[in-house]
Design a protein around this ligand. Structure first.
Ligand SMILES: *Cc1c(COP(=O)(O)O)cnc(C)c1O
Length: 375
């Protein structure tokens, strides 16, 4: 095979990040504390439009501490979109709580706000309200926060926004991550910006921010002798990685523009083919186009999703099926699932195309040709 591999969503780092990383190294703030961490948090808080941001070792850690902040404890229930990455539901399991899975709406592939409202109504009537509702901004598109927040507010249930995939996306002009009690961001290597691994909890709530910082640093009480009253975690991000994040945030507009161009390129080049339907974009906001995904109707297109995947693989192109819903996972087979078949159908037919921000037109062309030839 002569062609270089095209990855789904590889890191895109530049001389700017390299310079900031080396400066942090030379400053000897080689620890989970330091000026780059402070600066990175301030940048992201401003970008998201919230008062507080706490940099953590992963998005999953941020989910865990967001659920703690919402008061989730052993035996509680938490509403979770079935169509998500396992990290969302795993964080619920860490606390000994049970996820109740909800289906997506076909309008955006995000959680169906009608199902959230129905589930809260029927659980309120039984005196079994969940402790929290987690929403996910799938593939960089916000969930429908108007009706979602209405429903949560009506029953006094905390909403936690898993915006791990959505930094830079907006909903009615407001930034992803800014909705509900707390938002969660991820800087994993495949996300829209990366620190090589990391995450952040963002919130307007001062109590949540203070508690999160405390729990993320082993819940150390302010005594010289290391006093502890509660179980803590070692969840802080390294200052070195925060330095990389500072550079990535500065480039966020450029990175989103590149992914947007990729989405447009694929739409222009593949939109005319029968049997391919791109992820629907709701008119309430702007996605960050983290990944461009589409549904394949095997009959109409002349090849199945899996046949296309195999053909792309043979061309040294990495593509993936859309997330396998949690209610179909062996791990969660005993959990309650509400709603229809939207997420299962998206999983059966969905395909994520290479969407990294460093893709060249030549790369995009290779992907498009491979999809077309896959028939
Ligand atoms: C990536 C991701 C996470 C987890 O983030 P990590 O930083 O990898 O722990 C959580 N939720 C969703 C929807 C994600 O895509």
């Amino acid at each position: 095979m002569t062609d270089t591999r095209i990855y789904l969503s590889p890191p895109d780092v530049s001389d700017l990040e390299r310079k900031l990383l080396l400066e942090a190294f030379d400053s000897n703030w080689v620890a989970p504390v330091g000026p780059d961490l402070d600066a990175f948090e301030a940048q992201v808080a401003e970008l998201v439009g919230v008062r507080h941001a706490i940099a953590l070792s992963s998005g999953t850690a941020a989910l865990h501490l967001a659920l703690v902040a919402a008061g989730v404890r052993r035996g509680d229930t938490v509403l979770v979109p079935s169509f998500t990455f396992a990290a969302t539901a795993n964080a619920v399991m860490y606390l000994g709580a049970r996820p109740i899975f909800l289906d997506s709406t076909a309008a955006s592939w995000n959680v169906d706000p009608g199902l959230v409202a129905d589930e809260l109504r029927s659980r309120a009537a039984r005196g079994q309200l969940p402790r929290a509702v987690i929403t996910v901004d799938m593939y960089g598109q916000c969930a429908d926060y108007g009706p979602l927040l209405d429903a949560c507010d009506r029953y006094g249930v905390a909403l936690i926004e898993d915006a791990a995939e959505a930094l830079g996306a907006t909903y009615r002009g407001r930034a992803a991550g800014s909705f509900g009690l707390a938002g969660v961001l991820s800087f994993n290597g495949n996300k829209i910006i990366t620190t090589g691994g990391g995450g952040m909890l963002v919130t307007d709530d001062g109590r949540v921010a203070t508690q999160t910082r405390h729990l993320a640093t082993q819940a150390r009480e302010p005594f010289p002798h290391y006093e502890h009253r509660t179980v803590g975690y070692n969840y802080r991000l390294s200052n070195l990685l925060a330095a990389v994040g500072r550079g990535q945030v500065q480039r966020l507009d450029e990175l989103i523009a590149a992914r947007t161009q990729t989405a447009e390129f694929y739409r222009d080049a593949l939109g005319d083919l029968p049997g391919l339907t791109f992820m629907p974009v709701a008119d309430y906001g702007t996605p960050n186009w983290w990944l461009t995904c589409l549904l394949v109707d095997a009959e109409e297109f002349g090849a199945s999703r899996d046949a296309i995947l195999e053909h792309l693989g043979a061309q040294n192109i990495e593509a993936r099926p859309t997330w396998k819903p949690m209610h179909l996972q062996p791990l969660f087979q005993d959990c309650v699932m509400r709603g229809g078949e939207v997420s299962a159908d998206v999983f059966r037919r969905g395909l994520c195309l290479p969407s990294g921000s460093a893709l060249t037109d030549e790369d995009r062309r290779r992907v498009v040709d491979a999809v077309r030839d896959g028939r």
